[in-house]
Design a protein around this ligand. Sequence first.
Ligand SMILES: [Zn+2]
Length: 194
Amino acid sequence: MTSFPAAARRVRDEQEPLRRRLWALRECALRFGPYGFRATWHHLIVRNGIPERLEADPHSLVRAVDELGEARDLWLPQLIVYERRRRVDKAMRRVPDPADLPRLGLYCPAPEVHPGERLAVVIGRVIERWRTGAEFCAGCAGPHVPVGICPTCGVCEDPRRLKRAYPPAGHRQDAEERWKAIWQRRLPPPRRPQ
Ligand SMILES: [Zn+2]
């Protein structure tokens, strides 16, 4: 496993074969995938127009890693601020407040149903919500959905509280077929969450 910056450099390296650059992008999305790996991957493919035949648009890989890197650059400083505060709390023998932990809370259980905006816009809303304590869905700025899946954008803030695992029983085979098509960039039409 390499680091995100090392993998991102490989995505941008025009000397590397396209297939390897795609795998490096996969590595980046595994390292930082705000919607979970599969939904983040689908987002990157659709939003940046990564074609089935990579030769048709090699630069789409760069657009995708730029979008992901921009969102990560917004998010990482939040973790650093928290880590600093936690160290001060520890030194003062104060118990850190778990509510202070920055949490993305953007997991999308259905890979094809996720916010459509640029990732940095959504991460910006997560940060705003965390800072102000305001209650809204960070995925779409709609009403806050504390339990279950947001019907507008597909975000599930607390997957541990999802009553039913995704995909639901009986749809697993179908979900795997659809994932294969997403991975190969033969995109089937989007589906709403079950
Ligand atoms: Zn939403």
